[in-house]
Design a binder for this molecule. Structure first.
Ligand SMILES: C[S@@+](CC[C@H](N)C(=O)[O-])C[C@H]1O[C@@H](n2cnc3c(N)ncnc32)[C@H](O)[C@@H]1O
Length: 257
């Protein structure tokens, strides 16, 4: 497995970073992002080497995220909009804005992260935010699992029930058919520049004139004189016809009509 490049959103005091370290899996946090200056001070104190961005998530551009080349997201979005005792304003709560921003941004990333882990409070599982999240995951080709866990479930005497969502995208999904389908399905939402980026990410190419000729049923012996430019080759092939289709019709005309 390639080394993990982790984006830690809503990093707080670094609980996710410690959890990652605790696994012993090779990886590092390429950026931790939070706006709470006190929490950030604590984070920096414990992880002085980790780039810590004291910025609002919704103020970070797609380009800035792309440059981080992360393949995993760990995040604990603000839970107040979903708590059982709170107003439960869900996506109408301004504190959910940054999470919705991430959901909107994720399908546009040049490379989808292979892993996502989200933590939140009990209540999140019934929210519209969760509904949007899983819809986005499905659209992007992730498989996911949701669990409610409390430290008591692993023998720790602390009752703290939390919602967790683990999402994973297979390598095949990242580079194959599904990624292509996802890009084309969502293409209308993108600006001109984003469209180009998305299409470049697919590493598609045009068929060569020879390949076009093959598809059109021209035999191997068919060739172009050298002086015919590539552009001209495409153009005249475009004006031509499918040799196999026409030969089928000719057979029909001659023998059966
Ligand atoms: C539930 S706490 C995260 C706790 C973290 N996992 C930890 O181990 O400390 C949510 C965090 O999100 C941060 N936050 C809230 N809105 C934010 C935004 N728009 N941009 C960046 N950080 C934000 C808060 O400052 C808070 O530290």
């Amino acid at each position: 497995m390639e080394s993990l490049r982790v984006l830690e959103l809503y990093s707080g005091i670094g609980g996710m970073h410690y959890a990652l370290k605790n696994t012993g899996i090779s990886g590092h946090v390429v950026a931790a992002i939070d706006i709470n200056t006190t929490a950030n001070e604590v984070y920096r104190h414990n992880f002085p080497e980790t780039p810590l961005w004291n910025r609002t998530i919704e103020g970070i551009s797609l380009d800035e995220f792309n440059k981080l080349h992360f393949n995993m997201i760990l995040m604990s979005p603000p839970c107040q909009p979903f708590t059982r005792v709170g107003l439960h304003r869900d996506i109408a709560d301004p504190r959910t804005k940054s999470f919705l921003y991430i959901l909107n941004l994720l399908p546009r990333l040049r490379h989808l992260p292979r892993f996502i882990l989200l933590e939140n409070v009990k209540g999140f599982e019934k929210s519209s935010a969760r509904q949007y999240f899983v819809e986005m995951l499905r659209k992007c080709g992730y498989t996911y699992q949701e669990v409610m866990l409390s430290p008591t479930s692993i023998g720790i005497p602390n009752s703290r029930l939390r919602y967790f969502l683990m999402a994973k995208i297979s390598r095949d999904t990242m580079f194959s058919k599904i990624k292509i389908e996802t890009v084309f399905k969502n293409l209308d939402q993108f600006s001109q520049e984003e469209k180009l980026q998305q299409l470049q990410g697919l590493k598609l190419r045009y068929f060569t004139p020879r390949e076009v000729a093959n598809i059109m049923g021209f035999p191997e012996s068919f060739s172009f004189p050298e002086e015919i430019s590539i552009k001209q080759r495409y153009k005249i092939l475009g004006n031509s016809l499918n040799v196999l289709v026409v030969s089928t019709l000719l057979r029909q005309l001659i023998f059966n009509c």
